[in-house]
Design a protein around this ligand. Structure first.
Ligand code: ASP
Length: 302
């Protein structure tokens, strides 16, 4: 049985978060604990695709992050959730502007398994939960008080806010398993005070999520419109595959393109050799990672 050392990374959102006395201890503790669970599951032989779904589910369930419960709210005060997942064999699934799956990444995974369609959106995606046996929640389940206050502040300033002034963020996971297979998954509530129906990079395969066993697995976070414009996650794969660039160089270049088109953010990547990259244009990105079976580390600032 092949016995590759395993690697993974998780993110909990990128942004220009302020320095805080407590140093975001709760977020780091959550990332470190979830990272430790993901690592030991990978070491026990869990496939990369299951590991990234598991990591993102745990982050969705954690109120500290902008995905699942605790997601940011749109102009109507609703949580509209985007998520996507992809395996290194090219199988993928995505959901956009959903309001009912308790774990949007698991609905995306069910679409991947089902194999007929890559992406479902809105009320029809919600309705598919029952057919696919995905557990649902009332729309109120996702809404927490902090997010309602954040929406009030965004409304007062008439802006669409990234999560960057708050200690919270979009979530994602990338992994390489014992067989050397890669996978990536990402999940979000998007941006505070976004238009109802707006879909960001997180729901778009190629922009927010990409995996290919020959190159890399990528999950992004930041200003979604910019990541869509530069086809961020897939572009890193193509640069590696056609341009023979190493992942970290391709990833830095793509982050620069995001900045050049007026955006900001970061990403996590793991390549076929199990190397991890964590580039960002922001002051910080909540993250936990391990390269080649090394102990799990976590960090907030650059
Ligand atoms: N990329 C997400 C979006 O634009 C937001 C984030 O990463 O925090 O929907």
């Amino acid at each position: 049985m092949p016995h590759h050392p395993v690697s993974f990374a998780l993110h909990g959102g990128a942004g220009d978060m302020p320095q805080r006395d407590h140093g975001y201890a709760e977020h780091l503790a959550a990332l470190q604990a979830i990272g430790t669970q993901v690592q030991s599951a990978l070491q026990d032989g869990l496939p990369a695709l299951d590991a990234v779904e598991m990591g993102v589910r745990l982050l969705e369930d954690c109120e500290h992050f902008n995905a699942g419960r605790g997601a940011v709210l749109n102009t109507l005060g609703e949580a509209e959730l985007d998520a996507s997942i992809m395996g290194g064999d090219g199988a993928c699934g995505a959901v956009a502007a959903t309001r009912r799956p308790r774990n949007p990444v698991t609905l995306a995974r069910a679409l991947l398994n089902d194999g007929r369609h890559v992406m479902l959106a809105g009320a029809h995606a919600d309705a598919a939960c029952e057919r696919l046996g995905i557990s649902m929640a009332e729309p109120e389940y996702f809404i927490i008080e902090d997010r309602q206050r954040q929406l009030e502040r965004a409304r007062a300033h008439a802006t669409v806010m990234l999560d960057h002034d708050e200690p919270l963020g979009t979530v994602g996971a990338v992994a390489r398993d014992r067989h050397g297979r890669l996978a990536a998954a990402t999940s979000t509530g998007g941006m505070t005070n976004k238009a109802a129906g707006r879909v960001g990079d997180t729901g778009v395969i190629g922009a927010g999520t990409w995996a290919n066993d020959q190159t890399c697995a990528i999950s992004t976070t930041g200003h979604g419109e910019s990541f869509i414009r530069v086809n961020a996650a897939a572009q890193i794969h193509w640069r590696m595959s056609l341009g023979h660039e190493p992942m970290h160089a391709a990833a830095e270049l793509v982050i620069q393109q995001v900045v050049d088109c007026g955006g900001m953010g970061g990403l996590i990547g793991v390549d076929r050799d199990g190397l991890v990259c964590l580039p960002m244009s922001t002051l910080g990105m909540f993250r936990a990672w391990s390269e080649l079976d090394a102990p799990v580390r976590s960090a907030v600032f650059r």
